[in-house]
Design a protein around this ligand. Structure first.
Ligand code: F6R
Length: 602
């Protein structure tokens, strides 16, 4: 039981890290950066700055603005410092468990993202040596280990190396040393350097420093960085000096602002007019290189989590139907439990991930790589860990997605997947040829937003929502249900319409709302029969289709598009519906409770 609870808690973790050393006051810069990373989710905040050779730490429970107000973080002196937003893992949500964590003598402070799996063993060992712990976190062991090695070796470089060698688990951490040095290291959690005139940033997310610079260095696993004076030194866990390229990040800062929209989620739903098209904008050469791995593969596996898993289901379907390619779609969190024997050097694993940092996805990829499979990925962050370990990747190219719930990245993924399939079947679906038709269809659906909001107003106190769809519409039913669960905290289930009679029909009564995805394709007649069955049992039925029917209590009209392309547009009314259900429940659609944007731990 304890094990089960622990893994449930771990599933929800993600923290943000920022460090800065430059020629302006660090605290206001760190606060600004932490605010930009707010979308990742957190429960407490802290900052450490260095002034006159002393480390000053302030931290507390709450949002960045609240903790800033109560502790006056912005006025902390010093031109270098580190900041952190925490999402509780080990130890409750308390001031003392917030980061940064200091060692015994306050000469070192540390911020950390990830899980130190062997922390209890390390803590015991350090306590026997006389170290006194002030928190229940796993992270605090890093500060004490650094302190122990630094006092023994007298070198920050050596202390970093020895500390990293003792840590087990996935981590990125950044430490400040009172003599005015910042150092960071990573293993299976992202850490990125931002280069500015006269200084550096070090962060878990490029949004942490994108306002100040687009010049970045993406650290690899087992990289250590030391920022000392004006100098940046990079080396590996063995102490050998390494070089990493400077990358120019393509994202614009304006892309992370809400603009005129009430929420990021609403803005991102509306952006789909452009992003559906951007999803197929990779060059012909890149697409051909990607597809050459598929044409040479003996077996193809597809993996992803959450919304990206729903994309894998669509890909499996269109691969089979249009490109005549057999493939298997596996949830990333289940990948490790499936029989791995068939995977070998003739296999390809396609990993789909918006962030390219999801731990479950990366773990599946590593397992497949160990079995010598080729890795293809579809990501929205071309500099992500996933893109960098892939043999070839395609970019969804929809810009930063700030709303925690995936919207534009899902349709962007679908557009990339249709494009891949089209390349393999010589344009048999014709997504590119139907671009204008798709843009017009998305615009038309977005123009029905007020009608969808009105339908939501009639859904008083709804407790259960079922969404039905057959064939390609079934993954969309799953995706619609996921949106309603996470945005509006209402129980929702996507059901393959033909499965109703095998059990779920027993749940239907006059209190249930059933949404039927039923465009006029080959599934239409069978799904209408299912809609009659549920209507006869008193359910309130909402139809999403290009073809109206009297049995629907409410009807959301979508335009007719080429049959195979319906999934790209029919998900949009479900996203809008989930958004308005969240507003009706008075909850923030951008930051659903208990969830984080990028789940970088298992
Ligand atoms: C749902 C949602 C999540 C993500 C999942 C995978 O709206 O956002 O289910 O889809 O955590 O994330 P990525 O795609 O970044 O691997």
């Amino acid at each position: 039981m304890i094990k089960v609870l622990r893994s449930v808690i771990l599933l929800l973790v993600v923290c943000s890290i920022i460090g800065y050393k430059g020629n302006v006051l660090a605290a206001p810069v760190l606060i600004d950066s932490l605010k930009r990373m707010e979308y990742r989710g957190y429960d407490s905040v802290g900052i450490a700055t260095i002034t006159d050779g002393k480390i000053l730490v302030r931290k507390g429970v709450g949002k960045v603005a609240e903790v800033n107000r109560s502790l006056d973080l912005g006025r902390m002196p010093g031109q270098m410092g580190i900041g952190h937003t925490r999402w509780a893992t080990h130890g409750g949500v308390t001031d003392s468990n917030a980061h940064p964590h200091s060692a015994c003598t306050n000469d070192i402070a540390v911020v950390h993202n990830g899980i130190i799996e062997n922390y209890s063993e390390l803590k015991e060992e350090l306590m026997l040596q006389g170290h006194i712990f002030k928190s229940q976190t796993d992270s605090e062991v890093i500060a004490h280990l650094l302190e122990a090695h630094y006092s023994k070796e007298g070198s920050i470089k050596q202390a970093m190396i020895e500390t990293c060698k003792r840590l087990k688990g996935a981590y990125a951490f950044v430490a400040v040393f009172e003599e005015g040095t910042i150092s960071g290291a990573r293993f299976d959690e992202p850490l990125i350097i931002g280069i500015v005139d006269n200084g550096y940033f070090i962060s878990s997310d490029i949004l942490g420093f994108l306002k100040y610079t687009d010049k970045s260095i993406f650290l690899d696993n087992k990289d250590i960085a030391i920022i000392d004076g004006e100098k940046l030194e990079l080396f590996d866990f063995e102490g050998f000096s390494i070089k990493r390229p400077i990358t120019q990040v393509a994202w614009e800062l304006a892309a992370v602002e809400k603009g005129a929209y009430a929420h990021h989620t609403l803005k991102e739903i509306h952006q789909q007019v452009q992003t559906i098209i951007e999803g197929m904008s990779d060059s012909k050469e890149k697409m051909e290189a990607f597809c050459s791995f598929l044409t040479n593969a003996k077996s193809i596996y597809i993996t992803g989590s959450g919304t990206s898993y729903h994309s894998t289901l669509i890909l499996k379907h269109i691969f089979g139907k249009f490109a005549k390619i057999r493939s298997e779609a596996i949830m990333s969190s289940e990948f490790q439990y499936m029989a791995q024997d068939p995977i070998d050097e003739t296999s390809v694993l396609i990993a789909i991930s918006q962030s390219g940092e999801t731990a479950d996805v990366l773990q599946s990829v590593k397992a497949a790589k160990q079995m010598r499979a080729k890795i293809l990925s579809i990501v929205n962050v071309p500099t992500s860990s996933l893109a960098r370990i892939s043999n070839s990747f395609l970019n969804v190219n929809c810009g930063p997605e700030i709303g925690v719930a995936a919207t534009k990245s899902f349709t962007g993924q679908l557009s990339a997947l249709y494009n891949v399939t089209d390349t393999l079947c010589h344009g048999c679906i014709g997504i590119a040829a139907n671009k204008n038709e798709l843009i017009a269809a998305v615009n038309l659906i977005l123009s029905t937003e007020n009608n969808i909001a009105k339908i939501v107003n009639t859904m008083y106190d709804v407790k259960d929502i079922y969404i039905l769809g057959r064939s390609l519409h079934y993954p969309i039913a799953l995706e619609g249900a996921l949106k309603i669960k996470e945005l509006a905290y209402i129980h929702a289930e996507g059901i393959a319409a033909g499965e109703l009679k095998h059990g779920p029909l027993a749940l239907i009564d006059k209190n249930t709302v059933v949404i039927v995805i039923n465009p006029s394709d080959s599934t239409f007649d069978d799904t209408i029969s299912n809609a009659h069955e549920i209507k006869a049992r008193g359910a309130f039925v909402i139809g999403i289709s290009d073809k109206e029917n009297d049995l629907y209590d409410h009807f959301i009209k979508i335009p007719k598009v080429k049959e195979a392309l319906f999934p790209l547009i029919e998900v949009i009314p479900l996203q809008i519906l989930a958004y308005y259900l969240a507003l009706k429940k008075n909850v923030d659609p951008d930051y659903p409770r208990n969830l984080a944007k990028s789940v970088t731990v298992k």
